[in-house]
Design a protein around this ligand. Structure first.
Ligand code: ATP
Ligand code: LTN
Length: 333
């Protein structure tokens, strides 16, 4: 039975606090897919250090992210939850894949260009190599599907290119993965600048709702969210980006379709609309926050999840890496 399930892989970096964009674009989907697939969910701390991190904070954010995964409903009994740096195969495969990736391809990556301009004082090799490490993550586990937000599309495409390149030069070695995106929620935008993606490291904290925000903060941020002067709650991302973004958030948090969401606010003003969006988000986040706090107080349990997950992940990853080493001609004992 177990063996017939397809494999799913995804990860989030333990940087800053997560936003509802991360939750809606990625983690919520992970929970929905965990019964159907054999799932590997990583905490991408090796990716996180491509931007300078405070060591104590990185350690703390690692456990906080694990607790958040579980608090959101990701079940460690069903899925493999692990820390990327606990499985050395990631760095090993990334090195091999580097030799199948061109510098020009990496220089063209949108995220690399964005992060280079944001961190102009530290354009390190890791930042440029980030997509190759991500390809190694996914390919090590022979993943069939990778649920992520739309912003990761380019990284998924290069992963497929690298896999195909290797498979064509040698023989079929890697499963070529498909990205899966949420229908609504794959790109949640900033509340202050609704044409930009909501980001956990954005400049204006009022533009993002963090998973750790309390009720008052959530209501206040939604109250200030940028809309338009039309006074019409209608989904039209091109002409009404602010209102459409709020409708998307309301729709996924209340589990209603966009049409139902529009109907809820027919004839109502933006004040009522924003308050209702804030309330549905705050109601949903409160139990997640309480559960995350409870889990964070139980470090022994969290460590045991990482230990078990790390061992299972290592086994799967090593199998692929051995195959790769054999194909490329590394002498094995
Ligand atoms: P940073 O701002 O630090 O680069 P980020 O907010 O983009 O971080 P990541 O760790 O890069 O967060 O992303 C984790 C997951 O969340 C990825 O699958 C990503 O596609 C998804 N994601 C990030 N931002 C959004 C968003 N605004 N809407 C939907 N999904 C998102
Ligand atoms: N780069 C991703 C995080 C990430 C990831 C992965 C996502 C690292 N490795 C493998 C999917 C599959 C991001 O969201 N910034």
């Amino acid at each position: 039975m177990e063996k017939t399930k397809k494999i799913l892989y995804s990860a989030v970096q333990p940087t800053n606090n997560l936003t509802i964009g991360n939750y809606l674009g990625a983690i919520k989907n992970w929970v929905a897919l965990q019964d159907e697939y054999d799932c590997f969910y990583a905490i991408a701390n090796m990716h996180a250090i491509t931007v300078r991190q405070n060591p104590a904070e990185l350690r703390q954010k690692t456990l906080a992210l694990l607790a958040l995964y579980i608090a959101c409903g990701v079940d460690p009994e069903k899925c493999t939850l692990y820390l990327q740096s606990h499985v050395p195969c990631h760095a090993e495969l990334a090195w091999v894949l580097n030799t199948f990736t061109y510098v020009g391809e990496m220089e063209r990556m949108t995220q690399f260009k964005d992060k280079s301009s944001k961190h102009a004082d530290n354009i390190n090799m890791g930042l440029m190599d980030y997509p190759v490490l991500m390809a190694a993550d996914i390919l090590l586990y022979q993943a069939d599907v990778v649920p992520v937000g739309i912003d990761q599309r380019q990284h998924l495409e290069i992963t497929r290119d690298i896999a195909n390149r290797f498979n064509n030069i040698y023989s079929p070695t890697f499963t070529v993965p498909e990205a899966v995106y949420q229908k609504v929620g794959a790109k949640i935008n900033d509340l202050q600048e609704p044409l930009k993606k909501m980001s956990k490291s954005g400049e204006n904290p009022n533009g993002a709702i963090f998973m750790t925000d309390d009720r008052d903060t959530i209501l206040r941020k939604f109250k200030r969210a940028v809309t338009d002067s039309e006074m019409l709650v209608k989904y039209d991302p091109e002409n009404k980006p602010g209102v459409s973004n709020l409708l998307s958030i309301y729709s996924v948090f209340s589990e209603k379709t966009i049409q139902q969401a529009e109907a809820d606010f027919e004839g109502k003003g933006y004040g009522d609309f924003k308050l209702a969006v804030g309330e549905v988000v705050a109601d949903k986040l409160a139990p997640i926050q309480a559960e995350q706090a409870r889990l964070l107080a139980d470090k022994k349990y969290l460590d045991s999840v990482l230990l078990k997950g790390g061992e299972a992940a290592y086994k799967a990853a090593r199998r692929t890496l051995s195959k790769v080493y054999k194909k490329i001609g590394f002498y094995q004992l």
